[in-house]
Design a protein around this ligand. Structure first.
Ligand SMILES: Nc1ncnc2c1ncn2[C@@H]1O[C@H](COP(=O)(O)OP(=O)(O)O)[C@@H](O)[C@H]1O
Ligand code: SF4
Ligand SMILES: [Mg+2]
Length: 339
């Protein structure tokens, strides 16, 4: 767990754009079970940065992402926007700032109304916000379309007439119309053809530069996160296990889970040249978040697990500058022996 000091609150003299402070989200099921989707998650996203969140399916990434834009309420802990606890805001204050915090989802089609033209879809958030005249809304919509790399003729089309990549550009344009500060991008290229992923990621990077946007970039695909993120955090079964600058985390991870996740990635080498000896596979299924393992949640799959791992939850420790790891036995030199 990270402890906040006054200096840490304002890193480089700036408040974090968005902060998760011991963010915990549990879903109570009808049968009485509780799904522990996220527990004690802590991070501070700096203004203008792309903060990657990676982990296998079911690790709690989308849950955290939805909480970051107010679509889910924390069970405990807090979300802060520029230092202000969202839960302490009045309803009116939250409504006024809500549109600064947007989310874009994986399925580009699901987010668009099939019966609306693209131009209508683009104007909808502005209409809901009661912003501008009809002419102004049209102008903003066309501008966003252009900025997202689409020709104006697309405005009169319907979603089914567009390719997946074009639809995702429309979703980006739609988020841009309200001039947000922060966007959660949840698996935004996962459903797209590999051939268009690069250009969509480049568009996100260009828009960040142009508008000073801050992103939380959620993906299960490490190559995507390495391409776009300044820092990366790694989630496993509802807990954050590692966080740091993208280079060190993706090239020299210190947590056994990150290490295994990376070595399980397909390598761009022909199979006879691969060093299979060094490849670590993640064995076994991810346990149920209804009854996660005691202590370190990764211990049932960790090749370096010891007795202590079942007894005590490892806290996040800063093993290298800005590089945090939650493992009892990791050191600045690497993950513990055996992993
Ligand atoms: N609304 C919900 N009700 C119950 N369980 C949920 C709900 N949303 C997510 N979960 C569960 O929480 C866990 C984390 O899900 P999610 O955040 O979607 O993970 P990820 O995005 O990393 O794949 C999963 O076990 C999922 O089934
Ligand atoms: S060594 Fe222990 S604390 Fe570290 S990841 Fe493995 S099980 Fe968790
Ligand atoms: Mg998800």
């Amino acid at each position: 767990m990270m402890h906040k000091t006054a200096e840490e609150q304002t890193e480089h003299g700036q408040l974090p754009a968005v902060e998760a402070d011991n963010l915990t989200i549990h879903f109570r099921m009808r049968g009485g079970d509780t799904v522990k989707a996220a527990d004690d998650v802590c991070f501070r996203i700096r203004p203008g940065e792309t903060f990657g969140i990676i982990g296998e399916s079911g690790s709690g990434k989308s849950t955290v992402g939805r909480a970051l834009v107010g679509l889910l309420n924390p069970t405990s802990g807090a979300i802060r926007y520029q230092g202000q606890d969202v839960a302490s805001m009045s309803r009116k204050a939250f409504r006024d700032i809500r549109r600064n915090y947007q989310i874009i989802f994986q399925d580009p089609h699901a987010a668009l109304n099939p019966r609306m033209t693209i131009l209508q879809s683009l104007q909808e958030p502005l209409t809901i916000a009661g912003q501008g005249t009809t002419d102004e809304r049209r102008r903003i919509a066309y501008e966003a379309l252009e900025r997202s790399g689409l020709p104006a003729v697309i405005g009169s089309r319907y979603p089914h007439e567009l390719s997946g990549g074009q639809k995702q550009r429309v979703n980006i344009a739609r988020a841009l119309t309200v001039r947000p500060q922060f966007i959660v991008c949840d698996e935004v290229v996962a459903a797209l053809d590999v051939s268009v992923r690069g250009s969509i990621l480049n568009l996100f990077a260009e828009l960040q530069e142009e508008y000073g946007l801050t992103y939380a970039f959620i993906t299960h695909d490490i190559s995507v996160v390495a391409h776009i993120s300044h820092r990366v955090s790694v989630m496993y079964l509802g807990r954050m296990v590692e966080m740091g600058p993208t280079g060190p985390v993706t090239e020299k991870p210190l947590h056994p889970y990150t290490h295994a996740l990376l070595s399980a990635e397909p390598q761009p080498l022909p199979s006879e040249l691969r060093q299979d000896r060094e490849r670590v596979r993640l064995s076994g299924e991810i346990p149920s978040p209804i009854a996660p393992p005691s202590g370190c949640r990764f211990r049932t799959r960790c090749p370096a697990a010891q007795t202590l791992c079942g007894e005590k939850t490892p806290e996040m420790k800063e093993l290298l500058p800005d590089h945090w790891v939650a493992c009892h036995f990791a050191t600045p030199d690497g993950p513990p022996d055996g992993s």
